[in-house]
Design a protein around this ligand. Structure first.
Ligand code: PSU
Ligand code: MN
Length: 302
């Protein structure tokens, strides 16, 4: 078994059976600019503690898989340049060669499962990109949700993606997509969309029971909990649509491909909305952390 490096508070939580919520680190290194990235990461951790669980931010640092980061490690990672963006394909190679990398949703799920953590909060998952019928760009996050038993709380899939195709692939892969508190699938920066979510649950206890039921049935894979952004923080879809289209056509024109696509689009949308996308992103991540905390607490009762 791989050696895991636990932060002090995660080690204590494991010893005493407190609920733990995993957090990814790609959102810190590739999703938000410094210094807001470190401030947001610390704020989200604080939100989880306030809710009665323990945060475990996950990253690979100098070849060690960390489950929970100390404050100084978070600072260093948030300022580091050229950090790898790790998914299922390259996480083991990074660890084996002593590298440093931030974990995407897929890699964070793998690490959380190794550490016995069942719940994970993030902003948005990766999915099927627009134009995937030509580029074949489908995030490994979708396959990870089908394979690894972690409940992921996100504000839907990023609106830079092709949401109907993303839902189709999740259905094909047998991933439960559960909207929290509404019938529609949330659109990341906006609370609603014109898509109906496959499933709906209104309380954390139901979500926890559904997770445990899959395990009891021997079904592999996790659940996607699609939690809408609070309406006071949302950006209307019609405001963002032309901005997303512009960012996408710039990415196409520059030949941006593979792992660089998502960070490029997020950065351009940040610039084109003059920072408004970041404000919304912060609100939705915090909202997801609060729901994940309630789910993690419910799971300790099952
Ligand atoms: N959501 C954000 N910012 C991000 C991501 C999600 O608001 O940076 C990251 C997550 O780590 C997600 C990854 O797993 O983007 C998906 O990348 P790709 O499309 O290359 O699989
Ligand atoms: Mn991709």
């Amino acid at each position: 078994m791989i050696d895991l490096q636990f932060s002090a508070e995660v080690a204590t939580a494991r010893a005493t059976g407190q609920p733990i919520v995993a957090l990814e680190s790609t959102i810190i290194t590739h999703g938000m600019p410094y210094p807001q990235n470190v401030e947001v990461a610390a704020q989200v951790e604080a939100d989880i503690r306030t809710g009665g669980a323990v945060p475990a931010t996950i990253a690979v640092i100098d070849g060690q898989l960390h489950i929970g980061l100390e404050a100084d490690q978070l600072q260093t990672l948030g300022q580091a340049k050229g950090v790898a963006k790790l998914s299922r394909a390259d996480m083991a190679a990074c660890i084996a060669t002593g590298g440093t990398g931030a974990t995407t949703v897929a890699a964070t799920m793998i690490a959380a499962h190794l550490a016995g953590i069942h719940v994970f909060a993030t902003g948005g998952i990766g999915g099927v990109h627009k134009g995937a019928e030509n580029s074949f760009d489908i995030s490994a996050d979708l396959h990870e949700l089908a394979a690894t038993p972690v409940t992921v709380v996100a504000a839907g899939a990023k609106a830079i993606l092709d949401l109907p195709k993303t839902l189709e692939v999740l259905e094909t892969l047998g991933v439960p997509v559960i909207a929290h508190g509404q019938d529609t699938f949330p659109g990341f920066w906006s609370a609603g969309s014109d898509l109906t979510a496959p499933l709906r649950m209104d309380d954390a206890a139901q979500i926890a029971r559904a997770h445990v039921m899959r395990t009891r049935m021997g079904l592999p894979g996790g659940q996607l909990i699609a939690n809408p952004i609070p309406t006071d923080a949302e950006i209307p879809a019609h405001t963002l649509a032309p901005i997303i289209a512009q960012a996408q056509s710039e990415a196409d024109a520059r030949g941006i491909a593979g792992k660089s696509v998502t960070p490029f689009l997020l950065q351009r949308i940040f610039e084109l909305t003059e920072g408004r996308s970041l404000t919304a992103n912060i609100a939705l991540v915090r909202n997801n952390a609060r729901l994940a905390t309630r789910i993690a607490r419910e799971m300790t009762n099952l």
